[in-house]
Design a protein around this ligand. Structure first.
Ligand code: NDP
Length: 331
């Protein structure tokens, strides 16, 4: 039975070329005609949400729109193997891009976007990780699959204080790696050390150099920023080492020669957390809710209500956000 329920959502409107977010009342009858209705209790904030909320048409074409690429909550109307009352996690695909997302208290999505909540998690804990945690987990999994090991040397995390970066730092450290955290925020150095970084360095650590190759210092890296930072990182990776690449905050263009690849066998590994099959997402959720649990990330995450979304999202665009932020719809 299709239900018509009023609910609150943080929706972005386009007004005279400006994009303005506000809490308003919506109705589930206006959600897309997908199989599964989920009552969302929590979402998570990501850089992509900030792009959507600021009118980036590569992310969201039409407004008004409800952002939120992450959602966790309870199935209200099920389909297939999903029944009412089941707790699920929905991340990626088109959620929060052109499909109303987790910044609303209800979403209606295809059944195959929904992943069963790990037994030991609740929606808040799932959203402490969210897409950022999933991405960090995928990036680290790729390094491990390429046989990057702690005994091979130090690993680097760029954009270390960000949502992907903090989880990557804590995860790599708890897997026994010596982690160098690259961060433009000196005030986050203490927090990054608490997460397990052995060293915290400024962004000039990877300043541009003319040479196509530099002293090979690092066994691997999780790069969350791209651009010139990734170019410089590739020059410093040891033979056989690997770099997982997921982000673009420092730029989408990467200038490189073929030398690190053909003389050192360096591997550049792309990470996509959005369109991968649900089983791949599930396998990372299973690890993060078990052996890979990041206790400090869990205890240090900030929780906000819808009214705080505007300023929290602007901080992402200014490069000033840090750590994990959960949206709790009950606040
Ligand atoms: P955040 O904004 O939380 O983190 C990015 C961090 O990068 C900032 O906190 C800052 O960290 C650093 N940074 C910001 N601007 C610059 C700059 N100009 N040069 C160098 N470093 C900079 O974003 P997220 O962690 O949520 O996402 C990181 C990236 O990963 C984004 O581009 C996002 O779109 C992408 N992403 C991709 C996914 C995928 O599936 N491929 C999934 C999730 C995210 P500090 O101050 O510590 O240096």
């Amino acid at each position: 039975m299709t239900q018509n329920l009023d609910y609150q959502a943080w929706r972005v409107h386009e007004q005279d070329g400006k994009f303005i977010g506000m809490v308003e009342t919506c109705n589930t009858a206006d959600l897309p005609a997908n199989d599964v209705l989920v009552k969302v209790s929590h979402s998570s904030l990501n850089y992509k949400d900030a792009l959507s909320a600021s009118g980036n048409k590569g992310v969201t074409r039409n407004f008004p729109h409800t952002p939120g690429i992450d959602a966790a909550g309870e199935v209200v109307e099920g389909a297939g193997a999903l029944s009412a009352g089941q707790q699920v996690i929905v991340t990626g695909y088109d959620l929060g891009m052109n499909t109303p997302g987790g910044f609303g208290e209800y979403i209606r999505v295809p059944a195959d976007w929904c992943i069963a909540m790990p037994e030991v998690w609740n929606p808040h804990k799932a959203m402490v990780y969210g897409t950022a945690g999933l991405t960090a987990g995928l990036g680290v999994s790729k390094l491990l699959r390429m046989k990057v090991k702690p005994e091979h040397g130090k690993v680097v995390v760029t954009g270390a204080s960000g949502s992907v970066g903090t989880v990557a730092v804590e995860l790599l450290a708890r897997l026994g790696f010596e982690v160098i955290a690259v961060s433009g925020k000196p005030d986050q150095a203490g927090e990054l050390k608490t997460l397990g970084a052995s060293e915290v360095v400024g962004r000039d650590f990877l300043a541009e150099e003319k040479k196509p190759m530099l002293k090979p210092e690092f066994a691997g890296a999780v790069d969350t920023v791209g651009g010139a930072v990734l170019s410089e990182l590739l020059k410093r990776i040891k033979p056989g080492g690997s770099v997982s690449c997921c982000g673009l905050v420092a730029g989408v263009e990467v200038q490189t020669s073929v030398l690190p690849f053909i003389l050192r066998g360096v591997n550049l590994l792309g990470v996509d957390s959005v369109e991968i099959p649900p089983e791949e997402k599930q396998s990372v959720w299973d690890k993060l809710s078990g052996a890979w649990a990041c206790g400090h990330t869990e205890s240090s995450a900030r929780t906000i209500g819808k009214e705080e979304l505007d300023s929290a999202l602007k901080a992402f665009l200014d490069g000033n956000s840090h750590g994990k932020i959960v949206l709790d719809h009950s606040l």
